[in-house]
Design a protein around this ligand. Structure first.
Ligand code: ATP
Length: 438
């Protein structure tokens, strides 16, 4: 039998919807990876009685209860007191915890406010857990047979504490059953086509269980299997391989993998470098690339040439071409890519020019029209693969989709995928040239 857990997040800002509860999502995945099945997420405002009631009620039903938030030194941080109420205990000072907190302030050469002494209080039967990334210690203990852990709210404090100090204390499953989950991501097929390719794999009575979700343009297959460890591991691996086969060449990674990361790995493996020239995306493509550690090995940098004049002065896009074809055109996208290539020591250039709105657009080039040009340095010169897209969505959705599509185009090139492989939201490959303006 799998062990069961509940996650309780605490804070007015979460209950009111001002902040998004990402801790529960992260914790549920961490618990699942340790064969602990989360059966409930609950959010409670900064209300001592409500927190204590939730702790008692959840602890009676699960093997592990993880709380986050409300461990700070202020009046609205009530987790400690509520836990004491739930356990029917008093709060007692913890000398070791007080020393850590004082040492933490001393290391930062700050005088410790008296209120921080509160953070060294714990319900009598619980232990304090040091917090290497902040001042609030965590707490761990048990209520009847349920392990209870309380962790600070900020994810960068909570996550290492959970992994280092709480995970080793989780109830161990004595059986051989595990719950394994993984996700596989694709970009460029679209949800309907992706689901069609999955076919019978998404039937609800199969093990592993497969479902799809879509976020922006990325479709993810979520795979879940519960049962004996070895068999489930093999089943998941087999399922991933099958989904990768069915989603080829659009599938780019698993779990935390990003498209920019996948492209970075391929560039590094090939020893190739990339330069970018962006207009409507305003640096979004560059940001995605630089978000990945190790980007300096394969990304030389880029230009944001938003105004036509800068396209001309920085990237040598001729003003005649700009007025003949319009800034949002196949010709200008290619001229931007070749200008970037001419000014940088790179093997590939990606250029993006499009209409992200909300103003502008015409019958011929409606809002969401985006041209992405990929220039590749070949022995005999420069090759171009240019695609025209029409992305639905608002300004930022169009811009993000443009950057993602550009990355997938480069990934295709690095893998030798045929350049005419269709992509979601791509419109006719041949553009009717814009009439030259008088
Ligand atoms: P601190 O000592 O930093 O005050 P705390 O345990 O008291 O720690 P809270 O005051 O409840 O934590 O939350 C601090 C911040 O942590 C919140 O403003 C929010 O940014 C983040 N946070 C809290 N809970 C969550 C959550 N469930 N998901 C994501 N972020 C959260």
């Amino acid at each position: 039998m799998l062990r069961r857990a509940a996650i309780l997040s605490i804070g007015d800002e979460l209950a009111l919807g001002q902040n998004v509860d990402t801790n529960s999502q992260w914790l549920a995945a961490e618990l699942a990876a340790r064969a602990v099945h989360t059966i409930e997420h609950r959010t409670v405002a900064d209300d001592r009685a409500a927190i204590a009631a939730a702790v008692r009620e959840l602890a009676a039903r699960v093997d592990a209860l993880v709380l986050t938030g409300g461990l700070g030194p202020t009046e609205d941080d009530l987790t400690r007191a509520a836990l004491a109420d739930a356990l029917g205990e008093e709060l007692v000072p913890d000398e070791a915890a007080l020393e850590w907190i004082e040492a933490n302030f001393a290391a930062r050469r700050i005088t410790m406010p008296a209120s921080n002494r509160l953070q060294a209080m714990r319900p009598r039967s619980m232990q304090c857990v040091p917090n290497p990334h902040g001042t609030a210690p965590g707490l761990v203990g048990t209520l009847e047979r349920c392990v209870i852990a309380a962790l600070p709210g900020p994810p960068r404090e909570m996550q290492p504490m959970f992994r280092e100090r709480i995970a080793p204390r989780l109830p161990v499953d004595e059986g051989t059953d595990v719950l394994l989950t993984t996700t596989v991501h694709e970009l460029g097929l679209g949800e309907a086509a992706a689901a069609e390719r999955l076919g019978e794999l998404v039937a609800r009575d199969r093990t592993p269980l497969v479902g799809t979700t879509v976020r922006d343009m990325i479709v993810s297959a979520r795979i879940r299997a519960a049962g004996p460890a070895e068999a489930m591991r093999a089943a998941i691996d087999g399922e991933v391989a099958e989904i990768e086969r069915r989603w080829h060449p659009y599938v780019f990674g698993r779990d935390e993998a990003t498209l920019a990361g996948a492209v970075g790995t391929l560039l590094a493996r090939a020893g190739k470098k990339l330069v970018t020239a962006e207009s409507c995306t305003g640096g979004w493509l560059g940001k995605m690339i630089v978000d990945e550690p190790g980007a300096s090995g394969h990304y030389v940098g880029g230009w944001i040439t938003y105004e036509n004049a800068l396209k001309t002065s920085a990237l040598d896009v001729s003003s005649t071409l700009l007025s003949a074809c319009g800034a949002v055109s196949r010709e200008v996208a290619e001229a931007m890519a070749s200008g970037a290539m001419a000014h940088a020591d790179a093997d590939f250039a990606l250029a993006i020019t499009g209409l992200a709105g909300p103003e502008g657009g015409s019958a011929e080039k409606p809002l969401g029209t985006v041209f992405v040009a990929l220039a590749s340095r070949e022995q005999n010169g420069i090759d171009f693969v240019t695609r025209r897209f029409r992305f639905p969505g608002g300004r930022s959705v169009i811009r993000e989709r443009s950057a993602l599509a550009a990355l997938q185009m480069l990934r295709f090139a690095l893998l030798g995928v045929a350049p005419d492989t269709p992509m979601l939201f791509e419109t006719l490959p041949v553009e009717t040239p814009a009439a030259p303006r008088a």
